[in-house]
Design a protein around this ligand. Structure first.
Ligand SMILES: [Zn+2]
Ligand SMILES: [Zn+2]
Length: 171
């Protein structure tokens, strides 16, 4: 009947570990292996690796990037269909400035303040500058988007921003 202090400690430890794993999965720093069910670790270059069976899986962003690399710039719903990554996540990458809508597309995302067209980020350069001045807090560079110079009769298309990483991972 009596659960020793050690057992309680053990349980607490396991609970903490479980929470930690859940957080890792939520922020795409870990994933459950589809092959053997073990916990996969984030390796590098948007890849998860299973130490147990050697299985490798791409992160959501890795899938999006691969799709764009292989199919060229496309719109969010095409990318979503091709990768299984929800449109909301793709939009999040746009807001984070990890992918961008190329100049010349006909639809863009909007500045969260004034509604101006931007290619990526959260604010147009003018609003980003205003935020910095008003609040005296820096907006991360990636939140300050870029205004497109052209519009074209095409779907809003996207490609990845991190060219460096792209080249590095090319085989
Ligand atoms: Zn595995
Ligand atoms: Zn704005």
């Amino acid at each position: 009947m009596e659960s020793s202090l050690r057992e309680i400690e053990q349980r607490e430890k396991m609970k903490k570990e479980k929470r930690h794993i859940e957080t890792m999965i939520k922020y795409e720093r870990a994933k459950i292996c589809p092959k053997c069910g073990e916990l996969m670790r984030y390796a590098f270059g948007e890849v998860f690796k299973c130490d147990h069976c050697g299985q490798e899986e791409l992160t959501s962003f890795g899938k999006v990037r691969k799709y764009i690399e292989e199919n060229g710039p496309s719109n969010a719903s095409n990318i979503s269909r091709g990768t299984g990554v929800p449109v909301s996540i793709i939009n999040k990458y746009l807001r984070e400035g990890r992918i961008e809508i190329p100049d010349g597309s006909d639809s863009y995302i909007k500045c969260e303040d004034c509604g101006a067209d931007i290619r990526y980020g959260r604010y147009c350069p003018a609003c980003a500058a205003k935020h910095n001045k008003d609040q005296n807090v820096g907006i991360f560079n990636s939140e300050a988007g870029e205004v497109p110079k052209h519009k074209r009769d095409a779907y809003g298309k996207m490609h990845t921003l991190d060219v460096m990483e792209k080249t590095r991972n090319k085989k």
